[in-house]
Design a protein around this ligand. Structure first.
Ligand code: MG
Ligand code: MG
Length: 271
C-alpha cells in the first residue's frame, strides 16, 4: 500500500529552502482567494496566481506538468481536483477548490484550499470546514516515532463517516520533485507504513465528497469529477517533520494556530 520506494529525507537546511517555496504558494493562494467572486473566470484566477509566483522569482510547478496548461487547478462543485482554468465563471454558491504549486531553487511547495462563494449553502460550508479539519488532523499525526499510516487514520477519524473520502487520489512526498514517495493515504489501512522520521516532507491533502466518493476523469484527461455529481472539497498543506514535530511550510504561521487548537505544537525550524 505504501510502496517500497526510497523516501527522500531532507536536512534542516533543505527544509528551510522548501519553506521559501511554501511561502510563495501561500501568497499565491491568498491572492487568488481575494479574487474569488461571482463573475470571475477560473482563467483570471490562474493569472493572479502565476503573477504572484513569477513576481517572487519562483516557477509555477503545475504549468507544463505532464502537459497541464495552467499554474493552478480550479475545481468547482462536483469537480474534485485537477480542474483546468478557463472561461468558466464562478457563480454564487459554488464550491471552489484551488490547488497551486511553486518551485524555488529546485524545491517544491504544494497547497490547496476550498471556499464557498456567497451566499454559501450551509451544507457546502460544512463540507469544506470538515475537509480542512481532516487535513489538520492528518498534519497533527505527523510525529516522530509514529507511522505514516497514522495520517490516514487521523483523517478518517476526523471525518467521522460524515462524508465520502476519495481514495483514488492521495497525498505524497515532496521536495526536489512535486510528487515523491511515499503516498499519504486519507484513510486507515492495515499496514501502518514506514516509521515517521525527521526530514520527512509530505503533502497532506484529503478530498471529501458530500455523497458517494467514486470519481471519474472528464474527456479533457485532467478534470476529476464525482460520478454522482455530488460536491467535493479539497484542502492541502506541505509539511516538514522535524525532531520536535510538524512545521507547515505552506502556512504563513507554520501551522502554529491550527495545530494548537488540536493540542499539538508546531515546530518551526525558523520564523
Ligand atoms: Mg496540490
Ligand atoms: Mg499535492
Amino acid at each position: 500500500m505504501f510502496g517500497r520506494e526510497r523516501i527522500e529525507y531532507k536536512t534542516p537546511e533543505q527544509v528551510l529552502l522548501m519553506r521559501r517555496a511554501g511561502l510563495v504558494v501561500a501568497r499565491a493562494l491568498e491572492a487568488v482567494r481575494a479574487e474569488i467572486r461571482p463573475g470571475v473566470t477560473t482563467a483570471e484566477l490562474d493569472a493572479v496566481a502565476e503573477d504572484v509566483i513569477r513576481s517572487a522569482g519562483a516557477t509555477p510547478s503545475f504549468l507544463g506538468y505532464h502537459g497541464f496548461p495552467a499554474s493552478i487547478c480550479a475545481s468547482v462543485n462536483e469537480e474534485v481536483v485537477h480542474g483546468i482554468p478557463g472561461g468558466r465563471t464562478v457563480q454564487p454558491g459554488d464550491v471552489v477548490s484551488i490547488d497551486c504549486g511553486a518551485i524555488v531553487d529546485g524545491w517544491h511547495g504544494d497547497a490547496a484550499f476550498s471556499t464557498v462563494v456567497a451566499p454559501a449553502g450551509a451544507a457546502d460550508t460544512t463540507l469544506s470546514a470538515v475537509t480542512e479539519q481532516a487535513m489538520w488532523a492528518g498534519v497533527a499525526a505527523l510525529q516522530v516515532g509514529g507511522r505514516l499510516g497514522d495520517v490516514g487514520a487521523a483523517v478518517e477519524d476526523a471525518v467521522e463517516g460524515r462524508y465520502g473520502i476519495v481514495e483514488g487520489y492521495v497525498g505524497h512526498g515532496i521536495g526536489t520533485a512535486m510528487h515523491q514517495p511515499p503516498e499519504v493515504l486519507n484513510y486507515r489501512v492495515r499496514e501502518r507504513g514506514p516509521r515517521l522520521r525527521p526530514g520527512l516532507c509530505v503533502a497532506v491533502e484529503p478530498m471529501l465528497v458530500d455523497g458517494d466518493p467514486d470519481t471519474t476523469v472528464l474527456a479533457d484527461d485532467w478534470t476529476v469529477v464525482t460520478t454522482s455529481g455530488a460536491r467535493a472539497a479539497h484542502w492541502e498543506h506541505t509539511v516538514a517533520l522535524g525532531e520536535r514535530g510538524p512545521w507547515v511550510l505552506t502556512a504563513p504561521d507554520g501551522g502554529v494556530e491550527a495545530l494548537a487548537a488540536l493540542g499539538v505544537r508546531a515546530a518551526p525550524l525558523a520564523d
